[in-house]
Design a binder for this molecule. Structure first.
Ligand SMILES: CC(C)(COP(=O)(O)OP(=O)(O)OC[C@H]1O[C@@H](n2cnc3c(N)ncnc32)[C@H](O)[C@@H]1OP(=O)(O)O)[C@@H](O)C(=O)NCCC(=O)NCCS
Length: 171
């Protein structure tokens, strides 16, 4: 089961993010994004196995002139539940809901051979969508886009304030 999160889910979300990334940075990023007006509208989903939350995905607003856009970050699955399709289920459900809301473009920076499993295309920069900060050449493939509407709008991508610091894009 996948459900939209509520304010009461914050501790569970932070626990999953911290366990998955083995450090607290992403959990803090999620909290900052949830409190960032420039990140709205937000789509935050938890995946459950039985009654236990085992995965979390966050989409926040991204800005491309002439299009409606979102950024996927971060995605985390409890390490005890890896390799069972949870990450892909969360992405598919999120993309379905964003498409229904009229979002044209969704971006992600992450493992370049994972996100294409649900349709993301590598090297969004080369496709006309420069990242908020230049991505080092060796990681160009990791900046990805999925076009949900068939829009032909291209242009530079900006993101919410809480995730706009250079450190999120160049390390
Ligand atoms: C990446 C992550 C979300 C995947 O979740 P999951 O539910 O285990 O993934 P799924 O079951 O949907 O997919 C599993 C497949 O993806 C592959 N995969 C998992 N992590 C991967 C990665 N970092 N890079 C490339 N492929 C990866 C697995 O090898 C597996 O491949 P297979 O189907 O050929 O066996 C999870 O490993 C995680 O939380 N990792 C730590 C946080 C993280 O790195 N988040 C994403 C980067 S922002």
């Amino acid at each position: 089961m996948i459900k939209a999160t509520t304010l009461e889910d914050l501790d569970v979300i932070k626990d999953i993010q911290t366990r998955a990334f083995e450090e607290p940075d992403e959990a803090e990023l999620v909290e900052n994004l949830l409190n960032d007006p420039s990140a709205a509208p937000i789509l935050s989903l938890l995946a459950y196995k039985d009654d236990n939350a085992i995965g979390h995905i966050l989409f926040t607003k991204a800005y491309v002139d002439g299009a409606t856009a979102a950024l996927l970050a971060p995605l985390a699955v409890d390490p005890d539940h890896h390799y069972k399709g949870t990450g892909q289920r969360l992405m598919k459900e999120g993309l379905k809901q964003l498409k229904a809301q009229g979002v044209d473009l969704v971006f992600v920076l992450g493992p370049p051979d994972y996100y294409p499993r649900v349709g993301f295309q590598n090297n969004a920069g080369k496709r006309g969508y420069p990242a908020p900060h230049p991505i080092p050449k060796r990681h160009e493939d990791a900046w990805m886009v999925i076009n949900l509407s068939g829009t032909d709008v291209t242009g530079p991508v900006r993101v919410a304030k809480a995730i706009s610091a250079k450190e999120y894009w160049t390390e």
